[in-house]
Write a protein that binds this ligand. Structure first.
Ligand SMILES: [Zn+2]
Length: 529
């Protein structure tokens, strides 16, 4: 299924990703005019400047809430307020922190309650059913969870952005329908408005001469560099998060506030998540990454759903990709790349890596590790490399960084451990031989004193101090193409299937079509598990 899909549509899929919103209500002339979701309809509020994700934004103070782009309620920690006071040297009130990392819902679960006073509760339950049918996110009635959403009646429609912590509200006025609820849940999940993408000017023209000046901030772009995930792939005219071209912010509502670059308008999607919306959520709520063919995929470990985030990895030949909070690191050909794990955008961090055996995860300070030819290198966050130990690592079979060690399966079939905390030349401990035909090495959790190695058709659990190895589960791993681990689970591609494997070797299929996998990695701090 996966392969067929990709043969036909992968490039196209990468070109189609994001889209729109609005709920029809009034018409003027022959055009439908849409009411944009608004937190406080009819209230203009006090225009203010603040900082969101590193960029100055305009928002409105309405009834003490910071309202951004009509229906997004910013929390104080998301918003660093900029004052106009001359006494504020950097224009920022100290202590008003800037959220540099988006808050996602943990374990893909969103606890919620519905205010008994909310009319037409089916709007909420239908919207939730839609979200659950399209994404791995699951909504559960709140019992004692500390972080949860309450759907409550209001004059307008609005939501906080992401998981705020504690109780947060999605406000639904009488004019808010199921589609609106889907949109507002989108904000709570972490989606922003499509027209606010940093690259939107390449796709749409905003007609400020037909927009009420007091509402210009509704059409602001925002900076995504420090909070990736929203500028996912291409602009999506079908996103439920995109405003309608005809809307209530227009001076002349028979004319659009936005058009495509060719001057035409679009029919807004106000009823369901678009394919692009779904892929964006997949990307935000993923922490397993697979390089397959020329694609880099973000994979949700709950159900195996995936989103292609880049398609430029043709010829990828290194075995490993590394991870940190926001980035993947990979060597392809000559170059070490740092890849934004949500947007897929990449940046060179140096060349001269021809023939290197990938780059490992980050341990022992903010350091990645790679073997190239005879040398083991430490790589810092700027991509600078430093030779470590004077051993000859020529033709190592596998490398793994874990705790304050780098584990190497050498070409003479010995597993060795480099103790990174020892002075140069580092202490290298021999953990035993017999490791021929090693296909993959991984660790299942950051605190573990064991690593997992697939040799031949067997999965071994190996003590990192003694080298003691035991076979785990059935010897069914002959066709292994890659392995990564997180949160007590291993993820193994074998026989073209992506398996979730527990620490006893029990496995569960997360879907097929992965034959040809070149590399796998996890982001340990994605904050989703
Ligand atoms: Zn909105």
């Amino acid at each position: 299924m996966f392969i067929l899909f990709c043969l036909n549509a992968c490039d196209k899929q990468l070109d189609e990703s994001h889209n729109v919103h609005p709920a029809a209500i009034t018409t003027s002339d022959s055009s439908s005019v849409f009411i944009i979701e608004q937190a406080f309809p009819g209230q203009t509020g006090i225009p203010k400047k603040g900082e969101l994700f590193g960029q100055t934004i305009s928002y409105k103070d309405i009834n003490g809430e910071a309202v951004f782009q009509g229906d997004i309620l910013l929390s104080p920690e998301q918003l660093a307020v900029i004052t106009d006071s001359a006494g504020s040297a950097n224009g920022r009130i100290s202590g008003a922190g800037l959220a540099d990392k988006f808050k996602r819902w943990r374990s893909f679960i969103i606890p919620y309650t519905i205010d008994p006073a909310l009319p037409n509760k089916a709007r909420v339950t239908d919207a939730i059913a839609h979200w659950e049918s399209k994404t791995p996110l699951r909504f559960v009635m709140r019992t004692s969870q500390s972080d949860y959403i309450t759907f409550r009646p209001s004059s307008g429609c609005s939501s906080k952005l992401g998981r705020i912590g504690g109780q947060q509200f999605i406000n639904l006025g009488t004019g808010c329908n199921t589609g609106t609820a889907i949109h507002e849940i989108g904000h709570a999940v972490g989606l922003l408005h499509e027209q606010a993408r940093t690259n939107r000017d390449s796709h749409i023209s905003v007609k400020y001469d037909n927009i009420l000046q007091t509402e210009w901030d509704q059409f602001d772009k925002y900076q995504l560099s420090t909070t990736p995930g929203f500028d996912f792939r291409e602009f999506d005219f079908n996103s439920i998060m995109l405003y309608a071209p005809f809307n209530t912010y227009a001076i002349n509502q028979s004319k659009p506030t936005m058009t495509r670059k060719d001057g035409s308008t679009w029919t807004p999607n106000r009823s369901s998540l678009s394919a692009g919306d779904i892929k964006t959520v997949t990307s935000m709520y993923a922490n397993l990454y697979i390089i397959w063919n020329k694609y880099l995929y973000a994979v949700n470990v709950k159900d195996g759903s995936y989103a292609a985030i880049d398609n430029t990895w043709s010829g990828f030949n290194a075995k490993f990709i590394a991870e940190d909070d926001a980035y993947l690191w990979a060597i392809n050909g000559e170059t070490l790349w740092r890849v934004d794990r949500l947007s897929g955008k990449f940046k060179s961090f140096g060349s001269g890596w021809s023939g290197a055996m990938g780059v490992t995860g980050i341990v022992n300070g903010n350091t990645r590790w790679a073997i190239q030819g005879t040398n083991l290198y430490a790589i810092n966050a700027q991509g600078q490399r430093f030779k470590v130990t004077n051993r000859n690592w020529n033709s190592a079979q596998a490398i793994l960084a874990h705790k304050d060690y780098v584990f190497v399966v050498r070409s003479d079939n010995r597993l060795v451990r480099v103790d990174l905390n020892t002075p140069e030349p580092k202490v290298v401990r021999d953990l035993g031989g017999g490791w021929s035909n090693v296909k993959a090495i991984a660790v299942s959790r950051a605190s573990s004193n064991e690593v997992y190695i697939i040799r031949g058709s067997s999965l071994y659990r190996v003590n990192i101090d003694t080298g003691n190895a035991v076979v785990v589960g059935l010897s069914q791993w002959a066709g292994t193409e890659g392995m990564a681990g997180i949160d007590g689970k291993l993820y193994i591609v074998a026989g073209g299937i992506l398996w979730e494997v527990d620490e006893n070797g029990n496995r569960r299929s997360l879907g097929g079509g992965w034959s040809g996998t070149q590399s796998m990695g996890v982001v340990r701090n994605a904050n989703v598990l």
